[in-house]
Each structure stands twice: as C-alpha cells, then as structure tokens.
Design a protein around this ligand. Structure first.
Ligand SMILES: C[S@@+](CC[C@H](N)C(=O)[O-])C[C@H]1O[C@@H](n2cnc3c(N)ncnc32)[C@H](O)[C@@H]1O
Length: 239
C-alpha cells in the first residue's frame, strides 16, 4: 500500500452538482486540502472530527501538499477538490500533485465544468465551439491568435477570461477581449455574446449583447464568456 490521492471536481458553484463518486472519495480520505471556495462546496460531506482539513491559498499550497504527503501513512488517502472539472484549466496544480504523489497513486474524478454549464445556459454545444482557457499563468499570445482565427472562421467560442489583479496589464477579461478582437479587424458589433457570472450560485447573472458592448464593462473573476455564432442544424438538414 502507498499514499493515495483523490483529485476531484466539485461545483462549479452549487453542491448539487457534486457526484456520488466524488462524495465517496471525500468520505474515504483522512486529509483534505483545498481553497476556501472548493472546500465550501464539499462542506456537508466533510467530517471535521475525523478528517484533517487544510484551507490553502496559491501562496502556501506547495508547503501544505509536501507537509501532508510527509505526514501520511501508507494506505491513507488525501483529497484535493477543484472547481468544476479537474481536467479543465487546473493542470498547473494537478501536474504538481501528480509529481508529488506519482501517477499510479492518483485517481482523478471529473466534475462538471463551468464551461459545460455556460454551454447549457447559452445552448451553444461544446463540440461546435472553440474552447479555451486564458486562466493560466503562462503566455497566452498563441491562444489569442487562435481566438481571432476561430471568430473569423465563424465558430462559437466558450472561454475562461484571465483576471490578474496584481498585474492589470496581464488581465484578459471580457472588456480586454472585446477591444482585442475589434483592434484585429473584427466587426464586434455584429457578433452575439454571453457572459455568465457566478454560475450555479445564488449570485448567478447573465449579460447578453454583442461583443462591442463588453468594452469598459467589469465582470467578476468567476466569469465564462460565450461568443455565439452557432447556427442550429438538426438531423432533418442532412440526407
Ligand atoms: C482555474 S479556472 C478553473 C476552471 C474549472 N476547472 C472549471 O472546469 O470550471 C477558474 C475559472 O473558472 C471559471 N469559473 C469557475 N467556477 C465558475 C462559476 N461558478 N461561474 C463562472 N465561472 C466560473 C472562472 O472563469 C474562473 O476564473
């Protein structure tokens, strides 16, 4: 037996989206490490008398992962919850956990992504869209070029913007995206857009207009943007 790790998707907001398999993994774990937002989503399943729960931030997470890994005994499980689906826009942390625990000791349990919820709300299918996250620390210049191409090609786009409070020049939020597309020759007044904030929470809102109207508008960090160029096509349209 070795030290096991569950990496699970929760939310993206409401605990009603938590799957049974994720709940079982929480119950099996002696250690739980998560950001405040994700711990909230599993609070009802955690037993703080039996489980050691650590709330972390981006700053102290590395120290905590290492500390817990060291203090675990063989046969014990740790669990790290992530917002939405673990497999979307979380790899910077998930890859580090795989390094610490080793691939063979890690079980990834997928969740429901904020992009899936945005797809459901806007009724723009995922498979007919260019899906992209700008919510990364690394360089996004190539993704920005791919975004222009997707929009010019008439595709819909479902994207996570990039909030960066300490370095505003790195922000790529809906307003910056709208300005970027206009400056690259796209007539943004003609393209429909949705911005969903705080999906599946009691604070959920939707902004629906054309891309040009996003310029100068502020949105929460918890936003998903859908550029909607989708033309519905049913099986009746094909021979
Ligand atoms: C690091 S990414 C994680 C994405 C997540 N793994 C997912 O599948 O939704 C964080 C970003 O996801 C988006 N997000 C997560 N939860 C959200 C929610 N409830 N409503 C709107 N956007 C959300 C926001 O764009 C947020 O900045």
């Amino acid at each position: 037996m070795t030290k096991g790790l569950f990496v699970i998707g929760v939310g993206p907001g409401s605990p009603v989206y938590l799957t049974d398999i994720a709940k079982n993994a929480v119950k099996k774990s002696q250690y739980i490490i998560g950001y405040k937002y994700t711990l909230n989503a599993i609070e009802d399943v955690i037993d703080r008398n039996l489980q050691k729960v650590y709330e972390v931030t981006m700053k102290n997470q590395e120290e905590m992962y290492q500390q817990v890994f060291k203090s675990m005994s063989d046969g014990e499980f740790c669990l790290v919850p992530f917002t939405g689906d673990v497999n979307f826009s979380e790899s910077e942390v998930v890859d580090r956990l795989l390094q610490i625990f080793g691939d063979e000791n890690v079980e990834i349990i997928p969740g429901i992504s904020s992009i899936q919820i945005a797809s459901s709300r806007s009724k723009v299918p995922l498979d007919k869209s260019y899906i992209v996250t700008f919510h990364v620390t690394g360089d996004i210049e190539i993704k920005k070029l791919e975004l222009i191409k997707a929009v010019i090609d008439g595709k819909s786009v479902i994207l996570l913007p990039r909030p960066w409070h300490t370095k505003p020049e790195k922000n790529f939020m809906p307003s910056e995206i709208a300005i970027f597309l206009r400056k690259n020759g796209i007539d943004t007044s003609k393209i429909k857009v949705w911005v969903f904030e705080n999906l599946t929470t009691e604070k959920e809102t939707v902004f629906r207009s054309n891309i040009l109207d996003l310029e100068g508008k502020q949105f929460s960090d918890l936003s998903v943007m859908v550029i909607d160029q989708y033309k519905r096509q049913t099986y009746l349209d094909f021979d």
